[in-house]
Ligand binder design. Structure first.
Ligand SMILES: Cc1ncc(COP(=O)(O)O)c(C=O)c1O
Length: 368
């Protein structure tokens, strides 16, 4: 069996160091907001190239708290995509604002900047922020989105849940927006052994607001200045993440090498292979192909012991919880709906062996 993702293999690759880090926390006796979280926040913010990192309970919470930090209100729209994890959109409502869904650029699966420009030129109401999602590990079109947002006075919150370490020009994703949100869900490029997330920003005042919001609105213990939440990255996860951060670059390089091997192996088949944005590095959180008869292909691969996943089978605007009630850009969401029918994520994780990849390629060459 070749799984589509294998977080356990990531643990086993650093087992001694991770076990030692966990033991250190257990014996230290401080389990919430201690030196592991502070040390990881510093290390991760430095890695991304921003001034502040605020560890929180999940990537979803990082988005919610980032939106609350900029002060979105119930009349405000926040633009994002529908072809994403439901969390990107759910966070907007959880923060008390209205999602406004924009279609994707079909080549890159990320927010279509031309459609965003049309929406900003004639908005349905005040658009407070845009949340570009660096989906599958590929940076969104920030070269177009950032100047547009600036011109219209709209904040940018990057959804970096899938793009730890991806570069765009000289900077890393997470260093371009007013704020950015990372997830450390176990299968992410940097994954914890449970839930975890971080909001990062270069803005001192926003960082202070985030720190208050993640813990009951406290600036001072037991004094709630604003209505806050309880969403803290815990010491155990931070200690594990500090260890795993040391291996992130080599893991991303291995993901890119595996992706290049898939590209070579699958060339010439009737499959759409992932594009790379010029001037950017893709960290291949997922290697996603487009396949015409996707569901049949997926079943045949499963029969041969090859695991695949669909990211994502139903766009957010067609999910039962959201259907028919979210604002949508003027061009509609046709490309998002087509992507949901065609995409297939192949096995990809740093510990995937060359032979396993060759077996996936051979199966696809026979079946596709
Ligand atoms: C694009 C995207 N945004 C947000 C999230 C939410 O992160 P979490 O699962 O840590 O809440 C995820 C991960 O599930 C994601 O893939």
């Amino acid at each position: 069996m070749i799984p589509q993702a294998d977080p356990r293999a990531g643990y086993l690759a650093q087992r001694r160091e991770i076990d030692a880090a966990i033991a250190r926390v257990l014996e230290g006796g401080r389990y919430i907001l201690g030196e592991e979280v502070a040390g990881f926040e510093r290390a991760f913010a430095d890695y991304i190239g921003v001034g502040h990192g605020v560890g929180v309970g999940s990537g979803t919470d990082a988005l919610v708290l980032a939106l609350r930090a900029i002060g979105v209100g119930p009349e405000d729209y926040v633009a994002t995509v529908s072809h994403t994890a439901v969390a990107s959109v759910a966070a907007i409502e959880l923060a008390g604002a209205r999602p406004l869904l924009i279609d994707i650029d079909p080549a890159n699966f990320t927010l279509d900047a031309a459609e965003l420009a049309r929406v900003l030129a004639s908005p349905p109401g005040r658009i407070a922020a845009v949340v570009p999602v660096h989906l599958y590990g590929q940076p969104a079109d920030l070269d177009a989105i950032l100047p547009l947002a600036r011109r219209h006075g709209v904040r940018v919150i990057e959804d970096c849940a899938q793009s730890h370490g991806a570069r765009l020009g000289a900077g890393r994703t997470g260093s371009f927006g007013d704020l950015a949100a990372f997830s450390f869900y176990p299968t992410k490029n940097l994954g914890a052994l449970g839930d975890g997330g971080m909001a990062v920003t270069g803005d001192d005042a926003l960082a202070e607001r985030l720190r208050a919001l993640r813990e009951y609105g406290w600036r001072e213990r037991y004094v709630s200045d604003v209505p806050g939440a309880n969403s803290r990255l815990d010491e155990l996860q931070a200690a594990v993440l500090r260890v795993k951060l040391g291996r992130l670059e080599s893991c991303n390089a291995r993901r890119a090498a595996l992706a290049a091997a898939y590209d070579r192996g699958l060339a010439g088949l009737d499959l759409g292979l992932p594009a790379r944005r010029a001037g950017a590095s893709h960290v291949f959180h997922q290697y996603v192909i487009r396949a015409p008869a996707r569901d049949a292909l997926r079943q045949r691969l499963a029969a041969r012991g090859i695991g695949t996943t669909i990211h994502y089978p139903v766009p957010v605007h067609l999910q039962p919880a959201y259907r028919g009630r979210l604002a949508i850009g003027p061009a509609g969401l046709g490309e998002s709906e087509r992507a949901a029918r065609e995409v297939l994520s192949l096995p990809l994780y740093p510990e995937l062996g060359d032979e396993a990849l060759a077996a996936v390629v051979a199966a696809l060459r026979e079946l596709a």
